[in-house]
Write a protein that binds this ligand. Structure first.
Ligand SMILES: CC(C)(COP(=O)(O)OP(=O)(O)OC[C@H]1O[C@@H](n2cnc3c(N)ncnc32)[C@H](O)[C@@H]1OP(=O)(O)O)[C@@H](O)C(=O)NCCC(=O)NCCS
Length: 337
């Protein structure tokens, strides 16, 4: 487990701008009823999802990421040349290599930046913010770009009703800027954890070194995401609550100090159950899964950008981002705006 507090640093890791990009094409619950044996009522009551967006054939992950990044850069009022590091969180990369982040760097013209991907599934963006926080509060960098981008539709089995109803495509991004100790406190605290023993609950096994592209696949379906929904559900509720409690304890806060809770959008029922057990008021819990489904690493930055656009975050607010996903991985960031 890795925990980072701002402690005595002279610098702050401030969210200077956010952006998101959602592909136009929609896949509604009604559309899914024509593909698998399901119905709107089941999907809505079990997940809260109504619509997801699907990338077109020529919309790759780097393209979605770049569009989101452009908006974040614009809202931070900097230029691409100001960015020193690009971290892209994704499980649906552009290629095996080079990294999606390198494609983004080229498309943005962010010539000064070094660029790399992280693979932490749905926790990718909160991991990315934690990495950015380290480089910024150490005084190393002034501007870091963190992106969560996914084209999950490309690894979704649209014949499997248990999984295909859940996922969508999209991208979100944030510019993390170096601030001074006398300004906003920015990212106050980050925590990240993993448990590799839980990898079987959630994975996409094909075409890594274990099941290489050079050999016929034992199970042709292993090119698609495999999930044990019920197991993930229970683990997610428990781990998200533990992670929030860890944040509150390490920040000397109580849950009533949190102004806005932005969890990974994996299932509205999971979010509601977590919120109830943490005694978080409904108006402090942000849910937009109805519009996008689960977009893995993109879900938190898309939600964060929507909250900024809607004016849900005011100066001085404490915002708590929490994620859980494949790996297993989990993490959180406590941010003062
Ligand atoms: C996937 C999820 C929505 C399933 O909800 P659930 O309440 O656990 O449902 P179950 O899997 O127990 O299935 C209940 C029944 O509904 C059926 N069912 C599954 N998918 C269905 C669908 N799309 N439409 C209609 N019925 C469906 C099942 O076959 C099962 O029927 P049975 O009892 O006759 O066998 C829920 O477990 C979940 O959201 N899990 C976490 C999701 C996840 O892993 N996300 C990725 C990680 S971030």
């Amino acid at each position: 487990m890795n925990n980072t507090k701002i402690s005595d640093s002279a610098f702050r890791a401030v969210i200077a701008g956010t952006g998101s990009f959602i592909p136009e094409k929609q896949l509604t619950n009604e559309d899914l009823t024509k593909m698998v044996d399901t119905n709107d009522e089941w999907i809505t009551t079990r997940t809260g999802i109504k619509v997801r967006h699907i990338a077109s054939d020529n919309q790759s992950t780097a393209l979605l990421a770049t569009e989101a990044a452009k908006k974040a850069i614009q809202s931070a009022k900097i230029s691409p040349e100001d960015i020193e590091m690009i971290v892209t969180a994704t499980v649906t990369p552009e290629m095996v290599f080079p990294s999606t982040a390198c494609f983004v760097q080229e498309m943005l013209g962010a010539k000064k930046a070094w660029a790399f991907d992280i693979s932490a599934a749905c926790s990718g963006f909160v991991y990315g913010l934690s990495i950015a926080q380290h480089f910024v509060i150490s005084g190393k960098y002034d501007n870091v770009l963190v992106i969560g981008a996914e084209t999950l539709s490309k690894i979704t089995d649209y014949k499997d009703r248990k999984s295909c109803i859940l996922f969508g495509d999209g991208a979100g991004a944030a510019v993390i800027k170096r601030g001074n100790a006398n300004g906003s406190r920015g990212i106050i605290y980050s925590t990240s954890g993993s448990d590799g023993a839980g990898w079987t609950a959630l994975n996409c096994p094909a075409y890594g070194s274990r099941n290489p592209v050079s050999k016929p696949l034992e199970n042709p379906n292993s090119v698609f995401m495999q999930i044990n929904g019920r197991e993930v559900y229970q683990l997610a509720v428990r781990k998200i609550i533990e992670t929030v409690e860890n944040c509150m304890e390490n920040c000397n806060m109580s849950i009533s100090d949190v102004d806005l809770f932005i969890p990974h959008q994996m299932n509205a029922r999971i979010i509601e159950s977590v919120a109830k057990r943490l005694e978080l008021a409904d108006e402090k819990v942000f849910i937009n899964i109805d519009k996008y489904g689960n977009t893995s690493a993109a879900s938190i930055p898309i939600a964060l950008d929507e909250c900024m656009q809607q004016g849900r975050i005011k100066k001085g607010d404490i915002v708590l981002l929490v994620a859980f996903g494949g790996g297993l991985t989990w993490g959180a960031n406590v941010i003062e705006f």
